[in-house]
Design a protein around this ligand. Structure first.
Ligand SMILES: [Zn+2]
Length: 149
């Protein structure tokens, strides 16, 4: 188990790295996946169509009011039916989850605190009512380093 990264204590983050050793606190409802894309990829992302992803580190923010642990485990599983936008990205052999964080924050609030840029408008944000733009953000190098295990 890797010790928590230096994220703000206010967030009460629980940090895990694959192989995922879960049991996030029961109060946690949101999660972030730190994803490394090791070369530029073009992928079909469900209804969003074919999209390009530059190489780099991305942060995906989601929530599960129930069964947070099961949701995260699903993201980490390679074999599954593609359902959410994130499933399409993670189906690429060039995309890998390298860190998982959970928190008791509302997902949009947490997403908007991330220093990163929208690459694919609407990605993971089908249910977003807070104009996040996307729930997948490409991190700048400093932020990627800070979050990397
Ligand atoms: Zn949002």
């Amino acid at each position: 188990m890797i010790p928590p990264t230096g994220r703000c204590d206010r967030l009460h983050n629980h940090t895990v790295t694959p192989p995922f050793d879960p049991s996030p606190p029961a109060t946690h409802v949101s999660y972030q996946l730190l994803i490394r894309v090791d070369r530029p990829v073009r992928l079909r992302i469900g209804a969003l169509g074919v999209q390009e992803f530059p190489a780099g580190h991305y942060l995906y923010t989601g929530s599960a009011r129930r069964n947070l642990e099961a949701r995260i485990r699903r993201h980490l599983r390679r074999e599954k039916k593609l359902r959410w936008h994130i499933d399409y990205l993670l189906s690429s052999p060039h995309a890998e989850v390298v860190g998982v964080f959970t928190a008791d924050l509302e997902e949009c609030e947490w997403n908007r605190s991330v220093k990163g840029e929208v690459v694919v408008a609407g990605f993971g944000a089908s249910d977003c009512r807070n104009r996040c733009g996307a729930h997948l953000l490409l991190l700048d190098e400093e932020e990627a380093r800070r979050l990397s295990p």
